[in-house]
Design a protein. Structure first.
Length: 306
């Protein structure tokens, strides 16, 4: 047996004997004024050069927080190279972007504005546009002493994105002590999820998002995208990507950094074979999928100014 497989088994039985998944808090503290402003900016196409693309184009909050496309598209129909990750629960990620290139949500919000394929703009251009809007001038000046700046734009967007959590999914209810929140099949699926080492990478409050891992641990997976290597330029970082969250996973197809697979079943088959080195039966796959579907919930409703 491959030594990496043995390592996963040891980790699963020793390190993961206690619960390593924690529920999302039912409530959070937030600045109502900043969240209101951030939400407006999130949906404002003026952040793009040609006024056609907003953050919401690639992150549809009501439908999993992504765009359900293989790769995303920006201004003038330009095609990106990566699948849009969900913005839901992104506050719990260790870093943002598939390659971990943004240290936090504010840095993440800055990226697409300047990306020539995504929004193709810059802060000077965006600020000039927003300053033509009297409502924006009033809101920014009431919240930030220095008014409309690049840092304040991304701060407001980040504050809004921090509220995009999905608390109280059925599995979270189970973790809080409601044994009837999930079925016996879903419980069996969770046990398999742990037994086969999936929890080695998908753990914590976001059931992922907290480590950067190699795509293809047991068997190499062909990918033109070198992942973390583009950030560090280190040979050992080739094909390393941030482990995605599994929350709301049944709503965020297609899957992986390049959107290469269309269904959750396909994604699970790839991960089981290439990441942990097992062949599962159809019944085992079915049970794990049933468990994964307990991880979905609606976004938290937050109060914003009218």
């Amino acid at each position: 047996m491959n030594y990496k497989i043995i390592l996963y088994i040891v980790l699963s039985t020793f390190l993961f004997s206690t619960e390593l998944i924690t529920p999302i808090p039912l409530t959070i503290k937030y600045d109502k004024n900043k969240v209101t402003l951030g939400k407006k900016l999130f949906y404002d196409t003026r952040l793009s050069h040609d006024n056609t693309v907003s953050c919401a184009n690639c992150h549809i909050i009501e439908d999993g927080g992504d765009d359900n496309l293989r790769v995303s598209y920006g201004i003038k129909g330009k095609q990106g190279t990566r699948n849009s990750p969900t913005v839901l629960n992104s506050r719990y990620n260790i870093k943002q972007f598939w390659d971990g290139g943004a240290k936090d949500l504010q840095a993440q919000a800055r990226g697409p504005i300047h990306n020539p394929v995504e929004m193709g703009s810059n802060f000077k251009e965006v600020i000039n546009k927003l300053k033509q809007d009297k409502n924006y001038l009033k809101e920014f000046s009431s919240i930030y002493p220095d008014g409309i700046t690049g840092a304040n734009i991304t701060d407001a967007i980040a504050k809004y994105e921090e509220t995009l959590i999905t608390p109280n999914c059925r599995f979270d209810q189970y973790l809080r002590g409601d044994d009837n929140a999930i079925t016996s099949d879903e419980k069996a699926g969770y046990e398999l999820f742990k037994d086969f080492g999936c929890i080695s990478c998908h753990n914590g409050i976001n059931i992922g998002g907290n480590i950067i891992q190699k795509m293809g641990v047991v068997k190499p997976i062909h990918s033109k995208d070198l992942g973390r290597y583009y950030i560090t330029k280190k040979e050992e970082d080739k094909y390393y990507f941030k482990v995605p969250t599994l929350r709301n996973i049944d709503q965020t197809a297609p899957y992986f950094h390049d959107g290469r697979v269309k269904t959750l079943r396909q994604a699970l088959n790839v991960m089981i074979q290439y990441q942990v080195g097992f062949d599962l039966s159809k019944k085992q796959i079915d049970l794990i999928i049933k468990f994964l579907k307990t991880l979905s919930a609606k976004p938290l409703k937050v109060e914003v100014n009218k």
